[in-house]
Design a protein around this ligand. Sequence first.
Ligand code: NAD
Length: 343
Amino acid sequence: MRVLVTGGAGFIGSHYVRHVLSTSADHVTVLDALTYAGSLDSLAPVLPSNRMTFVEGNILDESLVNDLVRTHDVVVHFAAESHVDRSFLAGTHFLKVNVLGTQRLLDAARRHGVAKFVHVSTDEVYGPLVASAASEDAPLRPTVPYAASKAASDLVALSAYATHQVPVCVTRSSNNYGPHQYPEKVIPRFVTGLLKGERVGLHGRGEHVRNWVHVRDNVIGIDLVLRKGTPGEVYNLGGGTDLTNKQLTERILDACGADWDRVDYIPDRPSNDVRYAMTWDKAKRLGYTPKHDFDAGLAETVAWYRAHPDRWTPLHRAADPPDSNVTPTPADAVLPLSYESYS
Ligand code: NAD
């Protein structure tokens, strides 16, 4: 089978590409614009494979997308602007990439009759949940521009199934962690900051709750949905660990051998959902079971950042204060990292 993977040079996409190449005989083509978040280093071990092709390009490029989709059996769509804090400053850019980019791919998928189209999304589309957990038919109540753009793209993808029978499945995972993540979201941000001897900033009182899934569990789930999922369906993919950000910080401090005196409590984000939670019974029926123990996965993640300072030190600007002089423009793909950035 010929698999087109968009965003395959990013964090989750690159783990997915390695998973497919090591567990199947499929040929993988990666389409990735190599924005600040993408890196060919993440694909270095598999780039020499004769079952792997890399194409540098933008999902908004209609003719390129059309040519690539035409020669592939299935599409797994990861490419997106993925960082909540950046979306506060660049909402238009997020909508263009995440919504219009998805529509471009769906148009080509419809034209060329792909066998399956997996649209990769997030639990953030459900918005804050105080006590309950969202099943796949829960209402979408996103509260930040990133999550709103993902919710819109989910609806666009599902409407392509309803209207044109494009065989779309949507996956919604919780927060991913693991090696190879760009150091802007909380785990790689805190780990790299602490390894550099810097201080880290915890939003508000650290009471927000997130569910954590190891990236290798998520990519196994996404692949199950590709091969066994029913078109038109949404599949939640959660992990076994729910933590407040304060509990998460405690685990990261332990894993890095650091103390609370390295943590500052800083003002909360403009919008910060109090809790995300999902059930994932549908994915379970496809054979999905998240297997990674959180502390072991975190230790592996810290070990990876410790062993690869070349990959993140040049990107890491923890000392930068939030820059109030930044004027967001639609083309702003690289916004300054703020001290407290995380998703
Ligand atoms: P990432 O930011 O690490 O990678 C995104 C990749 O997409 C990069 O390689 C980037 O170069 C590429 N890209 C961005 N714009 C592009 C464009 N216009 N054309 C082509 N390529 C483009 O993101 P990630 O964390 O790997 O997330 C992948 C997907 O999973 C996203 O759709 C995201 O919304 C979703 N998701 C992420 C998480 C998480 O915890 N990271 C959780 C749930 C869902």
